[in-house]
Structures are given as structure tokens and as C-alpha cells.
Design a protein around this ligand. Structure first.
Ligand code: ZN
Length: 329
């Protein structure tokens, strides 16, 4: 099962890397329901839907899952939204599903954000302090209520000490809240992120798909398809402007990926920097979207982590800080 999922993901990433997304013509069943949403289909493929906004009568989605090339989510209840991201060793995929009060489904980032094949370790683009690019994910953590999260310490993989893992996870969150960069800019984000200690809960993630919002925010290591570094799910309330994120889970691959908190050490071989990956994921928690790896590879929010045994993603770049400043004023 794991191998199947992984090869599907790799294929999806490879295809998306070279093609602009083309939606297939939408067929209908006799009742006016879109073929892609027909009865008995547990998964609905975003690429088979005719538009970014779908009428609920033509696509009854309750209890079903929408998938888009290696990332997916259970459809949220009315008035709620979810942002899902899958970060792999060679790229990333995002998907947003908003469900308005009238039941209409609104999709975002369908087919975008594929990674870069080839030597992505050589970041392409301006230096981190001269690249102003950012993508506004159109959601944010409410400024009046800090996001409280817990860590499943017992899930820490054997290559890390629990103390080191917790330290890296906490520092990554603080880096985004404090807009820490090497660029002498920025101020802290007015929304907060509070660490609430350990939990026994798992992250609310199944494969590369987000489950329903359970209103807790958890960081946990666990089983993910190979090739995936981490999956982040941000659940929230559909807003008139920004959606408000009320819970954010991050599941980090345990077993298929080797993690380190000392990526600069001479003995590092093929190990990924937990703090750098977590900083990227916390960028999503606070509502940043991706920028392309091909032109903006030095920014934390570019689609690729710049390889193993390096820590470039730990510090935010100019565009990352500007993106936060744009949404939190
Ligand atoms: Zn990402």
C-alpha cells in the first residue's frame, strides 16, 4: 500500500512538473450530478471537476474526500475550510477546500506547486534577502486567539532525542511568529503560537490526506508514504476576507526519512533538518503559500527543501517576511 501511494505521488509530481493543469471536460450523470462526483465514489479528483467553484447539487460531497495529485482532504463541513500540504523530498503540493454556508465548494491550488526535478539543492533565484516574492495563502491565525499546539513526544524517531526534536519543533514555530530572518527586517506576527506540552494524540492525517478537524493542533511523527517529508493540515472558518485557521496539525514521516537537528555536522549523511522543514510548515500554519522553486529557491516557502544535511529553510527570507507582514498588520 505504501509503495503504491508513493509511486502514485511521484508520478503526479512528475506530470505536474511539466504540464499546466488541464481540466478534463466534465461529464454528467442522468441526475445532473457531475460524473466525478457520482454515487459510490469515495474520492473525488479535483482535476475532473469543471471549475474552482462547484454547486453542491452537482457534486454532493458530504463525507467524501477530494484529491489533487498527491494531496487530499476530507471535505469540511459548511462554513469551514481546510488547507492541505504535502512536502516531499522533491517538491510539494497544496490544496484548499472551502465550503461556504450554502454548501458550495471552492477549490484552490488545484494542480499547482509541483516540485522541481533535477538538482534542486542548488537554489535558483535571488539571495534570500533580496527576493521579495510571496504567495498569500488567504488564511491566517486570528490575532486575538493564539493557536495552542501539543507535541506527541513519544512518537519521536530513534535517530533523534525527544529533547532535540521538541526544541527544533518549538524553535521553528517561534521563527515564524518572530519573523526571524538574516535580513534585518520584519516584526513579530501579532497572532501567537503557544506550546501546550505533550500529547498522546496522533496528527489528523491519513496517507497524504487530511481528516476532519478535531480542533486540536498536534505535531507528531508517524507513518507516511515514502518520499514524503511531512503533511500539514490547517483547518479553519471561511471568512469574508481571510479564512481563520483554528487548528493546524503537522505529521512528520517516521521511518522512511532520517531526521537530524545538526544538519551541518560532518557526519550528516542523507538526513533532513527537522527545524528547517518545520519552519516551512509553520509558514503554512500562519497562512503563507508556496513560491516557485525555479525562481525563488532561497526562500523558506519555495516548493523544495534544498536537500538533506543543510538548514537554509530555518531562516525566513525577504519574501517570507513580507508575506507575513502583508497579512498581519
Ligand atoms: Zn509547503
Amino acid at each position: 500500500m505504501r509503495r503504491l501511494l508513493a509511486s502514485g505521488l511521484a508520478l503526479a509530481v512528475a506530470v505536474l512538473a511539466v504540464t499546466t493543469f488541464a481540466r478534463t471536460p466534465a461529464a454528467e450523470t442522468a441526475e445532473g450530478v457531475l460524473e466525478a462526483c457520482g454515487p459510490g465514489k469515495q474520492k473525488i479528483y479535483a482535476r475532473d471537476l469543471p471549475a474552482a467553484v462547484v454547486n453542491p447539487e452537482r457534486c454532493p460531497v458530504a463525507g467524501r474526500e477530494i484529491e489533487d495529485g498527491g494531496v487530499g482532504s476530507v471535505v469540511p463541513p459548511r462554513g469551514e475550510s481546510v488547507h492541505a500540504e504535502v512536502l516531499t523530498t522533491t517538491g510539494a503540493e497544496e490544496l484548499e477546500i472551502g465550503r461556504r454556508e450554502d454548501g458550495t465548494i471552492e477549490l484552490g491550488s488545484v494542480g499547482e506547486d509541483a516540485g522541481v526535478a533535477g538538482d534542486f539543492a542548488k537554489a535558483v533565484g535571488p539571495g534570500e534577502c533580496s527576493d521579495p516574492e510571496f504567495t498569500d495563502g488567504e488564511r491566517r491565525v486570528p490575532e486575538d486567539s493564539a493557536l495552542l499546539y501539543e507535541i506527541n513526544k513519544a512518537s519521536t524517531p530513534p535517530e533523534l532525542s525527544t529533547r532535540d526534536a521538541v526544541g527544533a519543533i518549538r524553535r521553528a514555530g517561534a521563527r515564524v511568529v518572530n519573523t526571524e530572518s538574516n535580513c534585518r527586517m520584519g516584526d513579530r506576527v501579532p497572532a501567537g503560537l503557544d506550546y501546550g506540552g505533550k500529547t498522546n494524540q496522533k496528527a489528523n492525517v491519513d496517507g497524504f490526506s487530511c481528516k476532519n478537524n478535531d480542533e486540536n493542533s498536534v505535531v507528531a511523527f508517524g507513518d507516511l508514504p515514502s518520499g514524503i517529508l511531512a503533511v500539514t493540515c490547517n483547518w479553519g472558518i471561511v471568512g469574508p476576507g481571510y479564512d481563520e485557521t483554528v487548528a493546524s496539525d503537522i505529521k512528520v514521516n517516521k521511518g522512511d526519512v532520517q531526521w537530524t537537528t545538526s544538519p551541518g555536522s560532518r557526519s550528516c549523511r542523507g538526513m533532513w533538518d527537522l527545524e528547517g522543514v518545520m519552519t516551512h510548515e509553520r509558514g503554512h500554519t500562519f497562512g503563507l503559500g508556496h513560491v516557485s522553486e525555479t525562481g525563488h529557491g532561497n526562500l523558506t516557502m519555495s516548493t523544495n527543501i534544498n536537500g538533506a544535511c543543510q538548514m537554509a529553510e530555518r531562516t525566513l527570507g525577504r519574501g517570507d517576511v513580507l508575506g507575513l507582514g502583508n497579512k498581519y498588520r
